[in-house]
Design a protein. Structure first.
Ligand code: HSE
Length: 429
């Protein structure tokens, strides 16, 4: 154990950066290895913006790269965000200067993790990012450290609090997507650009990181299939519930003979499943290992206090000289994960159609499905609302994704089908 004092530079003073300064201010005795922590420099986009923590007595840097390279900074904490630009430049500068880096930046690690791991390794310093996934709820350390003795098979869960909040509120309040998104932004859950949240990209960054750790791969964000919640309608939420399911944005990663598959999409989860019970802005995760079976983690995935606690835990690891390869293996030995060919994978699905209320329509839809070899598990028709047409919903038995997709394309062409069919997978968890 090292009992040296650590001088840290903090780049980015938004929610998490201010949370970290508040944490350090409130815990002057934070000294996991005996040595103390002092902040010897800060940088942010605006020096004067009102913040919950007073920064007037801290040395200010206009340039994050200058802070990362400053001689009196031993450890660089990057909380700027964004996959490129100043965050990446500053992290690279710190690693090249031989300084350990702690970051909460999921986009940076998911998109450039392999090259940064190589840089960290070349300079013999740690690169840690517990706060990048599930905020303060431990996920990275669980996979990287606690489960290293197991062989992980799959990971799936809810990794975006904003989407979970929106879906939960749509269901409980009977409110439309846009109205609840505006509330999530007011409450400060949503990312600066809400597309990152509702488009599924934030969850995709996080599951890309967990997949890399679980399967010792170089993170490959481009290979992650991403679908957000922006097309989920209140009608789908209600119909799914009538069928015994709740719609959740599920991020999943698994390893099979086909390779490592990573995807994010709205899924139907049985109402009594723990993931269906995780409401509001909670995050939740199932991890399945060959020896361990399944474990379940649930907690806050955002917020100043919880996320700063995760940053502090990484700082503690640096101070105690805990060392592991960034993604389980030396950077040069990481395998690649490419996009998996899904056409042969099997799913159960939910299909919602808006059709003309006239004789023979349901028969025609069933015939198309039967001819394609898609077996219907359940069927639900709701009385026509004020709008034109009548919604029908069905769920299928297990079927190949390619077969299902072709059948749905054919159904969409039927003149009695009034809008693009809505297809969602039923979660296999
Ligand atoms: N915007 C993210 C979420 C929090 O809603 O989960 C930070 O990753």
């Amino acid at each position: 154990m090292s009992s040296q004092d650590w001088r840290i530079g903090v780049a980015g003073l938004g929610t998490v950066g201010s949370g970290l300064l508040t944490f350090l201010g409130e815990n002057p005795g934070f000294a996991p290895a005996g040595g103390k922590v002092s902040v010897t420099g800060v940088t942010a986009r605006s020096r004067t913006r009102p913040r919950p923590y007073d920064i007037s007595n801290l040395p200010w840097f206009d340039d994050p790269v200058a802070l990362a390279s400053a001689p009196d900074v031993d450890l660089f904490v990057e909380l700027i965000g964004g996959s490129d630009g100043p965050a990446k430049a500053a992290v690279e500068a710190a690693l090249k200067a031989g300084k350990p880096v702690v970051t909460a930046n999921k986009a940076l690690i998911a998109e450039h993790g392999a090259e940064l791991a190589a840089l960290a390794e070349a300079h013999g310093v740690p690169l840690l990012f517990e706060a990048a996934v599930m905020g303060g709820t431990p996920a990275v350390k669980v996979v990287r450290e606690a489960l290293v003795g197991d062989e992980l098979l799959s990971i799936s869960g809810i990794l975006n609090g904003t989407c979970n909040f929106i879906l939960s509120e749509m269901e409980s309040g009977g409110r439309a997507f846009a109205e609840v998104l505006a509330e999530a932004q007011r409450l400060g859950y949503a990312e600066a650009d809400p597309t990152m949240d509702v488009g599924g990209f934030d969850a995709a960054h996080k599951i890309t990181i967990l997949a890399a750790l679980a399967f010792s791969c170089a993170p490959n964000f481009a290979a992650c299939e991403v679908e957000g919640i922006d097309q989920v309608e209140l009608l789908d939420i209600r119909m799914a519930k009538d069928l015994g399911y709740r719609i959740k944005l599920i991020a999943s990663a698994d390893r099979s003979e086909a390779g490592v598959g990573v995807r994010v999409h709205p899924s139907l989860v049985p109402l009594d499943h723990p993931l269906a019970q995780a409401g509001g802005a909670l995050n939740a995760l199932f991890i399945e290992g060959r020896r361990l079976g399944r474990i379940f983690i649930q907690g806050a995935g955002a917020g100043a206090g919880p996320t700063a606690a995760a940053v502090a835990a990484d700082i503690a690891d640096v101070m105690t000289a805990a060392r592991r390869p960034v993604f389980q293996r030396p950077a040069g030995e990481l395998t690649a994960f490419a996009a998996v060919d899904r056409s042969r994978s099997e799913v159960r699905a939910y299909l919602r159609l808006l059709v003309k209320d006239e004789p023979g329509v349901i028969a025609a839809v069933s015939e198309t499905l039967a001819e394609a070899g898609v077996s219907i598990e359940s069927f639900l028709q709701k009385p026509a609302a004020e709008t034109e047409g009548v919604p029908i919903v069905l769920t299928t038995h297990q079927v190949s994704e390619a077969v299902l997709s072709e059948a749905v394309t054919q159904i969409a062409r039927h003149p009695a089908v009034l809008q693009a069919p809505r297809l969602m997978r039923i979660a296999r968890i």
